[in-house]
Design a binder for this molecule. Sequence first.
Ligand code: MLT
Length: 264
Amino acid sequence: MANENQSNLHVMQRGEGTPLVLLHGFPFDHALWRAQLHGLEGAGVRVIAPDLPGFGRSPSLAEGEASMDSYADAIAQWAKEEGLGKFILAGHSMGGYIAFAFVRRYAEMLSGLVLVCTRPGADSEAAREGRYKLIEEVRKRGPQAVVDAMLPKLFAPSTAESQSEAVDDTRQMMLRQSDEGIIAAIRAMAERPDSTSGLEAINVPTLIITGAEDAIIPAPEAEGMMSRISGARHVPIANAGHLPMIEQPDAFNEALNSFINSSH
Ligand code: MLT
């Protein structure tokens, strides 16, 4: 089921039960979570996968407005309009950066947190420069520039070899995003604050999922959050890179399911 409401977000939903909002990373859309939308249905979970502003079928924010905070605001507004009540928020990579902003601004709306292949720190100077160069490339070549920069690093080598259809679908998902949405998100990531000092304040059950072969956010970086979030659990997914929800959907869904069942 897809719906749009006053907040203008395009949102896919499936199933009934504990609400679980899944925030995709960059530069994807709700289809990143296809295996969760289909695989968790019937498990007592209401799976909710929005297209973030400027991605998929959700309109962009006004120019210069994109930030982790404004993406979080859009999700909060949607959830309030929907009368969702408390929900579990899962964020993948950039979706995780947005989840940290959400925790800062709307902690009272959350009943749980899932951090997937993400990191709390801000960009280094070098990383920021790389982002601004990528913006120039996107202006010249569109989303293909991001595909060239990211696709070779997204999957574990074994996935890249054995799941060519998944790699192809992912390429198509990246290519269908707009220059405008991509550029706004790159700038917003470059300018995002360091969220490390806010980790100790997280007071909802938290699950950290890593891809053992993640070449974009190496697992140890994500694991560093463990000691700062009280009671956090960690599930490393073997034979997966930066997209474990696609590469190993069964293991990924099992991790989500047992977290939800034991904490909700
Ligand atoms: C993502 O997957 O969302 C991005 O790789 C995150 C980033 O570029 O920092």
